[in-house]
Design a protein around this ligand. Sequence first.
Ligand code: SAM
Length: 290
Amino acid sequence: TNIDVASPKRTKDIINKYGFTFKKSLGQNFLIDQNILRKIVGAAELDETKGALEIGPGIGALTQQLAQEAGRVTAIEIDNRLIPILQDVFADTPNVHVEHGDVLKMNLPELMEKQFAGLSGISVVANLPYYVTTPILMKLLEEKLPLENIVVMIQKEVAQRMAAKPGGKEYGSLSVAVQYYCVPELVCIVPHTVFIPQPNVDSAVIKLSLRKEPAVDVEDEAHFFRTVQASFAQRRKTLMNNLTAFVGKESREQLTPLLTSCGIEPTRRGETLSLEEFAALSKALLAAGF
Ligand code: SAM
């Protein structure tokens, strides 16, 4: 039992012992590479005073490494078939707690308060199920959980969109939402050979360091995000055209002076606007009654 869960042999042994079969619908691709695990755990900057919240532990490859670095690990797993396996694997690891359930339906503030009381900081560290990456990350950010950072393995394209700067085709409402709350940093690109079974997309590890204050000052957060959504509604259209749908055709003439007052050329596209410009735009739209 001292052998790393992530070694290909131990993984196969566990799978055979319990007769476990992978469910594609739950995004089950388990890690079998120690180097990648070390990179993920290293990026989270844990020590014994910190807590790690893991989403989707699988059979515990990452959980095991986290337990060696962090003071306490709480791992949320949706698949009931994995719960007895995890309980066996971590029977002698008292700082690991396994919680059965769907992370999207869970009361995370309550769970964190209960599990991480007295610790000096909390990280989310996970190899996420790719079918729900964005909903999971948006839940973590929108609930404003007391996190220091989030280090996750996700689909490469999604990681690139999160870290994208204005001007490129990867920059969109996901980039703005993530960068409003966090400073993103691409840790590494990961080949599919480190998983069993191998996914048919490329993966990347991204680190999101949570800001103490949002990146820009906005009057009304919900309005700011509606403005961003509206600006990206149809990517090939100008801001003027996308925002016409937002304010209504009858108010279209008001847009040119409004955009100009924010220092934004009406012929620009949403994908060229910085977070500061979106914040100014949202404020101006609000002030004009939109
Ligand atoms: N951490 C393990 C590893 O790296 O080997 C497994 C990662 S696997 C990509 C994703 C895991 O998330 C699976 O164990 C899956 O059952 C679990 N999962 C999927 N949807 C979930 C949800 N909504 N809530 C909690 N866990 C979920």
